[in-house]
Design a protein around this ligand. Structure first.
Ligand SMILES: Nc1ncnc2c1ncn2[C@@H]1O[C@H](COP(=O)(O)OP(=O)(O)OP(=O)(O)O)[C@@H](O)[C@H]1O
Ligand SMILES: [Mg+2]
Length: 284
């Protein structure tokens, strides 16, 4: 690695957009979105982007160049922040290319630990536990233009905290029954949380919906198209275009430990995510 390690951006009073990426249904494309759109934003704009990983599976940490944050005890993780070992600002590290280990310009990450499986338990005993992230995020606001929170596949205290703390809620779904139902349940949950915490300025529903194609097989193709049409009808312009089609480059990029927009910017999924980020006005 020949370039110096990028420093944490100073608080320059930037107007930060915090995107909470969620769906109570696992495997709905949240991490793929967070990695792909996070990288595309850092690359296509001069904006400073920070991805916060919240999942003990550590998928987004891997995509941003850190295969196993637990293997290096000098690397801070979100767990250390909740454990009061590091501040949130101290836990931000620059993203890097998984192969070359070069720093990726304008992109940072708060890493995950497998100890995050204890996150719910740890938060449960704290005062005003649902506000855990709301209270931490001011440390990063003003430093970054965009913060993307990659939630785990459930809506418990950790995710509820990200929903309260976020400025925009991105619901990721697949055109399949389970994930689409997860989106409806998420909407109900957001409204319920809003009743308690709306006074803090949180959102009262989803802002964006990202649709990934259900796993293709000819006999089931029509079911997927029907669900896709239903989701688009229900969410109108909130449902971003296009639907991200089933693309083998996505699992390939996962294996390579890279966001798909870095791994193969020309593949269908990367082109789709790039368009989606543009519609969200993250870049031109
Ligand atoms: N467009 C696509 N084409 C093919 N495979 C995809 C596509 N999008 C996502 N996948 C695959 O689906 C799986 C789940 O995707 P992803 O990890 O993004 O979902 P998630 O919502 O973050 O899951 P979890 O709830 O486990 O965190 C991954 O193995 C990924 O490679
Ligand atoms: Mg994930």
């Amino acid at each position: 690695m020949n370039t110096p390690r990028p420093a944490l951006p100073e608080d320059a009073g930037r107007k930060t957009r915090v995107l909470t990426v969620t769906n109570g249904s696992a495997g709905s494309g949240k991490t793929t979105f967070a990695g792909a759109v996070g990288y595309a934003t850092a690359k296509n704009s001069k904006k400073k982007v920070c991805v916060i990983g919240m999942d003990r599976q550590r998928d987004v940490s891997r995509l941003l160049g850190y295969d196993d944050p637990d293997s290096d005890e000098n690397l801070p993780t979100l767990y250390d922040v909740v454990d009061d070992v590091f501040s949130l600002a101290e836990a931000v590290v620059p993203a890097r290319h998984s192969k070359t280990k070069e720093w990726i310009p304008n992109l940072w990450v708060v890493l995950e630990s497998n100890k995050l499986d204890q996150l719910e338990f740890k938060l449960a005993g704290t005062t005003a536990r649902e506000l855990w992230l709301f209270r931490l995020l001011p440390q990063l606001r003003g430093r970054f233009d965009v913060i993307i929170i990659d939630c785990p596949g459930d809506v418990k205290i950790a995710t509820i905290g990200a929903i309260i703390a976020g400025d925009e809620i991105v619901g990721c779904t697949k055109s399949q029954e389970k994930e689409a139902r997860g989106l409806t349940e998420l909407e109900d949950k957001i409204k319920e949380i809003h009743e308690a915490y709306g006074h803090l300025g949180m959102r009262n529903g989803l802002d964006w919906v990202v649709i990934g194609e259900g796993v293709t097989s000819d006999s089931q193709g029509k079911v997927y198209r029907d669900i896709e049409a239903q989701v688009r009808k229900a969410y109108g312009t909130m449902a971003l275009q296009p639907t991200v089609r089933d693309d083998v480059k996505v699992p390939e990029a996962y294996s390579a430990g890279q966001p798909v927009t870095l791994y193969n910017p020309k593949c269908d999924a990367a082109v789709a995510y790039t368009k989606i980020g543009r519609q969200m006005k993250l870049y031109r």
